[in-house]
Design a protein around this ligand. Sequence first.
Ligand code: CDP
Length: 218
Amino acid sequence: MIEIAIDGTAASGKGTLGKKLSDKYSFPYLDTGLLYRKVAHELIKDNKINTTKLEQTSCDFAMILNFKELKNTNLRTEDVAKLASKIATFPNLRKILNNKQKEFNNSSKKKFGGCILDGRDIGTTILPNADFKFYITASLEIRAKRRLLEKNISFLHENDEKCMLQALMNNMRERDRLDSNRKISPLIPAKDAYVIDTTSINPEELLLKVADIIERKK
Ligand code: CDP
């Protein structure tokens, strides 16, 4: 039974690493940020952002959340990410989503002998006894450039691209600040995590580094 926990800052390469590890070891992979994004997306869709009962409404959506609905590409927008980070400070919402992550973990381990989760509090809260913990980060500018590339917008004028990059950097800086400073499950490396800066390495090099650590300890 192998548990792999991946945490880190926004757009640091956690997701790409999670997917590559999942392909390599055939363990199911869960991007836990999608759970928060899904709840945020439902709030926006149903025009519930300004409700005075935002925490309760978020919990109501979380209770009926279905893992099959996490593939929706609308979950990837910056507006959704911003609201996800806001509601991720709600203790009751975190409780519900934590239970869903633990269920995923248990069923994956039973069926496939392992699991890979990425997020902000995996190594500290969700899988505190994980066999391998990685904390992935990179410079803010590189992370924003990667996210811009992911959005695949090739028709932008140079100035528009600069503006968009700046806006992305501002959003990410604010999200990292909120994630790192919240009282419950803040974004911090677990004491026993391998901290890896991906500013000057590509996804293949990151995979090699991580797989080497896993193979040496397995
Ligand atoms: O993809 P990116 O790294 O930009 O963000 P994400 O992993 O999709 O997470 C979106 C937001 O959900 C984060 O900014 C966190 O506020 C929240 N989140 C969290 O609090 N705990 C997790 N385990 C995963 C995400």
